[in-house]
Design a protein around this ligand. Sequence first.
Ligand code: GLN
Length: 550
Amino acid sequence: MTGSTKYIFVTGGVTSSLGKGIISASLAKLLQARGFTVTIQKLDPYINVDPGTLNPYEHGECYVTEDGAETDLDLGHYERFLDVPTSQANNVTTGRIYQNVINKERRGEYLGKTVQVIPHITDEIKRNIQALGRKGIYDFVITEVGGTVGDIESLPYVEAIRQLKWEKGRDCLTIHLTLLPYLRTSGELKTKPTQHSVKELLSLGVQPDVLVCRTEHAMIKGMKDKIALFCNVESRSVIESRDADTIYDVPLMMLEEGLDEVVLSRLGIENYPEADLTQWKDFLRRYKEPKGEVHIGLVGKYVELQDAYKSIKEALEHAGAALETRVRIKWIHSEKLNAKNVAKHLSGLGGILVAPGFGHRGIEGKIEAIRYARENKVPFFGICLGMQCAVIEFGRNVLDLDTANSTEMDPDTAHPVIALMEEQKSVADKGGTMRLGAYPCKLSEGSRSAGIYGKKDISERHRHRYEFNNSFLSQYQKAGMIAAGINPKGKLVEIVEVKDHPWFVGVQFHPEYRSTVAQPHPLFISFVDAALASGDTANATSKASEKEKV
Ligand code: GLN
C-alpha cells in the first residue's frame, strides 16, 4: 500500500476478557491475507515496567520476544496468527511510559517545564504508538489498549487516542469491543451496557468508528440498527462476535461479518484483493477434523489457570493439527504428585510434558513425573525448569548423586547439577535481568534433535537464570544423558536427551514461543508423533479430558 501508515485502536468496554487480543489478531490476519503488512501492539495500563515480575496467577503467561522483551501473552496470539515476530516496541506498559518520562526529566530534557500527564505522558504514549509506524514497513499498526474504558488507569491512553485521531484524521480508526449480555429469563440480548460504554468513551472525546459486540447468541434483526442509532455509527459498522469453538475460527467469522471491509472503507482504502486464507483454512480443517487423538499430561504448578501455559497449549494444538490428531491435555498439578500416586495419575498417557517455572513449589512432583516417564519409556518433553528437573532426576536416580539439585531450590547442595550462570551471580534486580530472548544453539551430530530440526544451527528464545553445570557433563554423557545442543559461545547446554528411550528431550529454551499456525514447531510435532506411536491408552484407562485436573 502506498501512503501513510494507518492506525487502528482497539478499546474494550463493559467488562474485561472480551477477547480484544483475538479480535485484533483476527483483523490483522484478514488485512495480511489481503496483502497488507500489519503489526499489533498492546498497551497495558498497569504500573509494572513489564509483566516479567508478575505472578502467572495475576496475568497468565509471560511471553518472550526474539529481542528478549518479557511481554503480555496477547503478543503470543499476534505471532501465532500472523507468523511475524514482535519486539519490545509491541508491548508498552504505564510503568515503562512513566519510567521513560522520569528518565527524560532527570536528564533535563523538559527544559524546566512542569512534567504532567497531559502533554508529557500522553506524548510519550503517542511516541510509542507511532514508533512502529515510523519503521516504514507497516501499512497498519493495530494498537490494543488493555483494561476497560472508564478505568482510571486507561485514561491517559484514551486521551492519547483522542489526540492522535484529531491529528491524523482519516488515518486513524477506533474499534470498541463491548458485551451484549443475554438475559435468560426474558430470552433477550441487551444493548444498554453497550450504549453506556460508548457514552463513556464519548465523554472522553472519542467516537468509536466500529463496534464489535461480543455475544453468546445471534443478534436479532434490527439490533444492529438500534445500536447504530444510539452510538452514532453506521449499521454495517456494528459487528457481531459470537462465542467461537476455537480462537482460530474468529478470523473467518470476522470475514463473514465484514469487519476488515468496514475498516478498509472507513480508512478510505479501495481496490484491495480478496483475502487469501487457504493455508489458514487448511489448518482449521486439520484441527477440527482429526483422524485420531492422543493424551498428553502437562505437569505444572499453575494448572488451575491454563493461561499460565498458553503458548505450550497452543503449540501442542498446532502440532496436533499438523498430524491431524486431537491433542487432549490432562492438566496435572505437580504439587499433588508423589512416588506413591504418580503411576495412577500418569499411566496410559501418550506423552508427559513438564512445564517451565520458578521456585521450589511442586519441584518434587515434577521429578517424580520425569522418573516415571524415563523408567516406563513414555515420551517426555521438559521445557526450561522441566529440563532442569530432568537433569536433577537423572543425577539422583541414575548417577546416585543423592542430593542432586538446582541451586535455585537448594543453594548449599553438595551436587549442584543446575547452577546459577556466572553473569547472574552479581544480579540484584529481578525485572528484565534473566537470560532473555533468542540465542543460537548448535545441535550435536546424530542427536535426535538434529534429526528433528533437520539442521545443525538453530536459534530459540530463553527466559531463565540457571543452567546445566558443565562440571557434571562428562558423568552424565557416560551414563546416557547427552548434551544434544550447545550454545556456541558460552558452551551452555541447551538440550539434553536420554539415549535408549523412545523420546526423552529436555530443552533449556522455550520452543513454544516460536510455534505458529503457519509453522508449527518441529519439536512439538515430533513429541506428539512419539506420543501417538507410544500407544496412548488413556482413553481406556482413565477419564483424561481437556477439563480433567489432578
Ligand atoms: N527457574 C529456572 C531458571 O531461572 C527455570 C526458568 C523457566 O522455567 N522459565 O533458570
